[in-house]
Design a protein around this ligand. Structure first.
Ligand SMILES: [Zn+2]
Length: 213
């Protein structure tokens, strides 16, 4: 595990290499504010950093990461709706043109949803995760019926189902659905295979995830 000193070694590489190259870009976006055209909802997993995978410049993607890359449905109940706040800010204030939900291979959150091994856990012992991945309860059922609850095939099916569920949940936000209908925003799903280093894009017409070149 990196100590802070190791992070600072990386920071110095950034200061010597990336920052001078990107300096104009940082300064421009500092003055003008951010105008990203794309929002990405990804997993907190340390292996799937959208900025690294898509090799983008500062200011290009507005990112939310959480356990299993999930979007909750539109809810106005009291609560701390962090993901919904980010979606609202991206769609209504930044007016992003696309939202990409990116799941990934070997996702621990999806695996926990599939196995339900944390279902009885208390806060601090997996209870927060268990509560969060309840968002996948509906999506889990057909996966478990078809593939069982263990093995890579079942896990992959759960990972794909999670992306579809988050897209469906995004469409419960009235202004997201309206903008999609009006052609002002495009919703996309993808799955990044950590083992292969390959991105699979969801074709929503067929429901298939197909590898990009
Ligand atoms: Zn994950």
């Amino acid at each position: 595990m990196p100590e802070y000193a190791e992070l600072l070694r990386g920071y110095r590489r950034f200061r010597e290499g990336t920052y001078p190259r990107q300096r104009a870009r940082f300064e421009e976006t500092a003055m003008e504010g951010q105008h990203p055209k794309l929002m990405i909802i990804g997993c907190s997993d340390s292996r799937v950093d959208p900025a690294q995978i898509f090799d983008v410049d500062p200011g290009e993607i507005f990112v939310v990461r959480n356990v299993a890359a999930l979007v909750p449905p539109f809810e106005t109940t009291p609560g701390l709706h962090g993901v919904s706040a980010a979606v609202e800010f991206a769609v209504q204030m930044l007016e992003v043109k696309q939202i990409l939900v990116m799941g990934h291979g070997r996702c621990g959150g999806c695996k926990a949803a599939l196995t339900e091994n944390l279902a009885a856990a208390s806060p601090g012992e997996g209870g927060f995760v268990a509560n969060w991945i309840k968002l996948l309860d509906e999506a889990r059922k057909p996966v478990a019926e078809k593939h069982g609850t263990s093995g890579r095939e079942a896990e992959l099916a759960m990972e794909f189902a999670a992306v579809r569920q988050s897209l469906a949940n995004l469409r419960t936000f009235p202004w997201v659905a309206e903008k999609e209908t009006a052609g002002e925003i495009k919703l996309r799903g993808a799955h990044f295979s950590i083992k292969e280093g390959v991105l699979y894009s969801l074709d929503e017409d067929t429901g298939e995830f197909l590898p990009e070149d």
